[in-house]
Ligand binder design. Sequence first.
Ligand code: ZN
Length: 218
Amino acid sequence: MSKALVVYSGGQDSTTCLFWAKKNFDEVFAIAFNYGQRHIIELSAAKKIANQADVPLTIFNIDILSGVSHNSLTDQAIEVESDQPDNRPPNTLVEGRNMLFLTYAAIFAKANSIHDIITGVGQADYSGYPDCRNEFIQSLNQTLNLSMDYEYCLHTPLMWLDKSEIWKLADDLGIFDLVRYQTITCYHGIPGEGCGTCPSCKLRNKGLLNFLKSRENG
Ligand code: ZN
């Protein structure tokens, strides 16, 4: 019986991965993190959706991360930038986040005899986060294998998909409405279509419009 662990946040991408995992593995587990993010409502969405998906969710508290470096997702005093800067990653970048999440996920996976770990990172609609790149994932996969003397397989089903293709995948998996109305991607913590103006909402809604157009045109 195949088992997999999904790194989960209650957002569009990881929710699509959660259901992708359910289609491709017999038994699916999910792990989410409280890392001191502004909007703890994300974790409520994660719990609710995992429950509907019938996937056991474990939440780890690593809020020490918010005290180590400063960014607009964990520090209330820093405003979320409304536009993507040209020459550096946006201030929503939480340094080291994916490396920590995947490391904790790997420790948890080994303890539960799981080899396959799924993460929703991708570099097609690249927002300048270095730890979303394929090169980093491949490198970390090797490092995790060496560090725990265990064969991991990190899966990134969204790596080369743009946002409109991610909407299509959700539609193909039969969860279009669930993703559209229940997930939280907005940097201001507003569920579904969000505030509409933060970079995350702009990207999500642009992808949604493109997907809806292409679906209409058949
Ligand atoms: Zn927003």
